[in-house]
Ligand binder design. Structure first.
Ligand SMILES: Cc1ncc(COP(=O)(O)O)c(C=O)c1O
Length: 394
């Protein structure tokens, strides 16, 4: 078992020790939030995805842009990256020479398009509006080697944690128009959607394929690639038996076959399903007021998704500083460290009745949308990272 300790994001010392969580926490007595990252679990999830998906998956870098995650995903066989900004492009380029990147933010700064194309060799761009097409053509000097993707907006998805079509995507008529306009300037033309993150109903993918089929038929132009986006779910405490990626892929394949579209090249942009289960976050209780525990991390830190606007129910465990816990669990609310009253996590979180100041609370499944959402608000941005490798294989 091998672990590396990072201070913030800069690797500064290596530790070789027992990865047992209890021992780790009791030995280090973390005073700052501490991530424990399991890169091999990311690699296994990526390998699993590659093995089950008949198309080409690309990793949605935004989900967890840490170099540890990028490299773990690549070891699992995912070597194409969905990037949303020039910063993500630079990050991928630093880690992988000549990696294929798809600039999948529909609304990009002209300077970023320019740099992506001219400095980083990006040839895949998404759009959902004709002004963006104009921007892409202008910034790439009317390039002849573009691969464009038209992102469509889907009807509202109640089976998702967050619906992704309210902000981005072209509606039916606009999508038809865009496919027609993009065809002559695209080497390879794609259509894409995002059913919404943590979509627990696989039929949503089938419905999205129906929608794409109708748009493509109305457009009357050939489309080479169908990109089924992300949204693949993981089991959380309150959603213990969500559909598998295979259920989603079956739904996609069945509908493609029904529309005679099985010949199309398939792509996907998974994020959460690859990394969510590969990290824990150790936080410390700084004070207790009855059922309210004030901890040293919160919604402006690594627990944004535990806030009331997302309410992800992360599994929690308690580690005592100096004694065995006694008695049953009870329900708690949690408060983050900042002065903002929005920095609350209502849970409820089931923790020992006698938990208190100086004990630790460990959140599981924080590998997605946690580290990358941290801010320095109120000066509470600092954290540490420990990597635990299940197999010694680096
Ligand atoms: C364009 C795009 N693709 C893929 C993803 C990854 O989605 P998920 O984590 O639900 O798989 C996101 C998430 O924000 C996204 O915006």
């Amino acid at each position: 078992m091998k672990t590396d300790m990072q201070q913030g994001n800069a690797l500064h010392q290596s530790l070789y020790e027992d990865s047992n969580l209890l021992a780790l926490v009791r030995n280090h007595k973390p005073a700052k939030p501490l991530y424990i990252i399991y890169p091999d679990r990311i690699t296994d999830a990526a390998r699993n995805f590659v093995g089950a998906f008949r198309g080409t998956p690309m990793y949605a870098v935004k989900t967890n842009p840490d170099a540890i995650a990028l490299n773990a995903v690549a070891r699992g066989g995912i070597k194409v990256f969905d990037v949303a900004s020039l910063a993500e492009i630079k990050l991928v380029a630093q880690n992988f020479a000549n990696a294929e990147m798809h600039f999948m933010h529909t609304i990009k700064a002209p300077e970023e398009i320019h740099a992506a194309y001219h400095d980083y060799g990006v040839r895949h761009f998404v759009l959902d509006h004709e002004d963006e097409l104009f921007k892409i053509m202008r910034e790439t000097d009317l390039a002849q080697d573009l691969n464009l993707t038209v992102r469509i907006a889907l009807p509202k998805n109640g089976a998702a944690l967050i619906d992704f079509s309210s902000k981005f995507g072209a509606h039916f008529e606009d999508a038809v128009d865009l496919l027609q306009k993009c065809r002559p300037v695209s080497r390879s033309l794609a259509i894409s959607f995002h059913v919404g993150t943590q979509t627990v109903d696989p039929s949503r993918y089938g419905l999205a394929i129906d929608y794409c089929a109708a748009v493509m038929k109305a457009a009357g132009v050939s489309v080479d690639v169908i990109n089924v986006g992300g949204g693949f779910p993981v089991n959380y405490v309150d959603q213990p038996n969500v559909c598998t990626i295979n259920d989603c892929f079956d739904a996609i394949d069945r509908r493609l076959a029904e529309h005679n579209l099985s010949h199309m090249k398939l792509m996907a942009e998974p994020g959460r399903v690859l990394v969510a289960n590969a990290a824990k976050l150790v936080t410390r209780v700084e004070l207790r007021k009855d059922d309210l525990l004030y901890i040293n991390d919160g919604v402006y830190g690594g627990l944004f998704d535990a806030a009331k606007w997302v309410e992800t129910h992360y599994p929690v465990a308690a580690i005592s500083c100096d004694r065995p816990f006694d008695g049953p669990r009870r329900a708690y609310r949690l408060a983050g460290p900042t002065c903002d009253s929005l920095d609350m996590m209502e849970g409820p979180f089931a923790l020992p009745a006698d938990i208190g100041m100086g004990d630790w609370i460990v959140f599981d499944q924080v590998g997605a949308y946690s580290q990358c959402l941290r801010s320095d608000f109120n000066g509470f941005g600092a954290y540490d990272t420990v990597c635990v490798y299940d197999h010694i294989q680096r």
